[in-house]
Design a protein around this ligand. Structure first.
Ligand SMILES: Cc1cc2nc3c(=O)[nH]c(=O)nc-3n(C[C@H](O)[C@H](O)[C@H](O)COP(=O)(O)OP(=O)(O)OC[C@H]3O[C@@H](n4cnc5c(N)ncnc54)[C@H](O)[C@@H]3O)c2cc1C
Length: 358
């Protein structure tokens, strides 16, 4: 028997869950996730940080829209953390440029030490800071959106890889047994593969691997109140997480879509660069992992109907900002698919249209 939906969402990461929750008041939705549980890939492997100035200027507008909705509708998701950037050289001009790009204010190294007692003043020559950087409780956000989906009747199918897509009399047929009017491609690193399954042109969405390590430090300092610490040369970042620290080498390694794992050399390099800037040394590596950050060529998200098949809706290219843009992205989907008075200005949403690619 063929199961029928108005909308089939492919992908159970933050993109798929947030769009399904948003659209669930309008339509009968089936969400299909190839793994045994939702958020198995990038969405369970992030640094869980919100930085409003992270991404290009269009992406930053999505960050702000998401921020406002998170604060008003989901007030427990964001917790202030602060961000401190650290520089080991005295090149003022370069550091100033870097600080401006992240909206940071320059502070003295002594102020930096007060805010983050573990840093090593023998190594640090310059520092910059902003207060309004937040931890995102990504688990809570996903579970909250999942509950919203379920209470509005969304059917979530795990262990359900979509590997056949057919067009039949204006309907999509998935795996020969599911019928849907509209297909939403929220498959993260696999977004181009899903387009190919549908006989549509891919958008050159490229996954890049990023690794992370959880470490214990030999320090008596209270780690939990530290800000997000970043090396201004993009060679590491670190933040407190569940009583220990997570450290990333900020690696950007292009790869094919896959279940990513951390490369030992990348992890070692990240820890080495981090240790050079702090007094505390890493005592123990307790775990490590990697995830894929998938970018369109212009680093902006891809949101909207495909130019040659309007019932194929792209929700891809979330890059390193999939959480901090998720509610704006799902709002654009609702605006376009349900033709309502746009909540996000059309001049902004057009910037993410898949039609920008020839
Ligand atoms: C180390 C790291 C740090 C990050 N830090 C941050 C951060 O601080 N802040 C932030 O906002 N973002 C951050 N990100 C980015 C963020 O994690 C991603 O942008 C986001 O998780 C992408 O969500 P997604 O739903 O598009 O992809 P995913 O979470 O990968 O979900 C896509 C899903 O589609 C499923 N799928 C694929 N093909 C099929 C198929 N054929 N059938 C059924 N299901 C399929 C996959 O199994 C997967 O579960 C980070 C990412 C990494 C890796």
């Amino acid at each position: 028997m063929i199961e029928k939906f108005d909308i089939a969402v492919i992908g159970g990461g933050i993109a798929g869950i947030s769009v399904a929750a948003r659209l669930s008041k309008h339509a009968k939705i089936g969400l299909f996730e190839q793994e045994g549980f939702i958020a198995h890939h990038s969405s369970s492997r992030s640094a869980a940080v919100f930085i409003s100035d992270y991404g290009n200027s269009d992406v930053c507008e999505l960050n702000l829209i998401t921020f406002h909705e998170l604060q008003s509708k989901y007030p427990n998701i964001l917790k202030q953390r602060g961000l401190m950037s650290l520089e080991k050289s005295s090149d003022v001009e370069e550091f100033d440029k870097h600080a401006k790009s992240l909206g940071l204010s320059l502070i003295s190294v002594n102020e930096a030490k007060e805010k983050a007692p573990i840093i090593d003043l023998n190594s640090i020559k310059q520092a910059a800071w902003r207060d309004d950087v937040f931890d995102i409780d990504t688990d809570l956000l996903i579970q909250t959106l999942r509950k919203e989906c379920l209470s509005n009747g969304v059917q979530i199918f795990t262990n359900s890889a979509i590997n056949e897509l057919e067009r039949n009399k204006d309907k999509w047929i998935l795996n020969s047994k599911i019928q849907s009017e509209i297909l939403i491609n929220a498959s993260g690193a696999w977004a181009d593969s899903i387009a190919r399954l549908a006989n549509l042109k891919p958008k050159n969405i490229q996954p890049f691997k990023r690794s992370m390590a959880r470490v214990e430090l030999d320090t008596s300092n209270n780690l939990s109140s530290l800000p997000l610490l970043v090396g201004s040369d993009d060679s590491w970042y670190a933040k407190p997480d569940a009583g220990s620290m997570i450290v990333s080498p900020a690696d950007v390694n292009p790869c094919e879509p896959h279940d990513a794992w951390a490369n030992e050399e990348d992890i070692a390099l990240g820890i080495y660069n981090f240790e050079k800037m702090v007094e505390a040394k890493v005592k123990k590596l307790t775990s490590n992992w990697a995830g894929l950050r998938s970018f369109a060529p212009d680093q902006s998200l891809v949101i909207g109907p495909d130019q040659s098949e309007p019932n194929f809706f792209w929700l891809a290219g979330q890059g390193g900002y999939g959480f901090q843009t998720c509610l704006a992205a799902s709002q654009i989907a609702e605006d376009i698919l349900f033709n309502q008075t746009p909540q996000v200005s059309t001049s902004l949403s057009k910037k993410f249209s898949p039609c920008r690619f020839a």
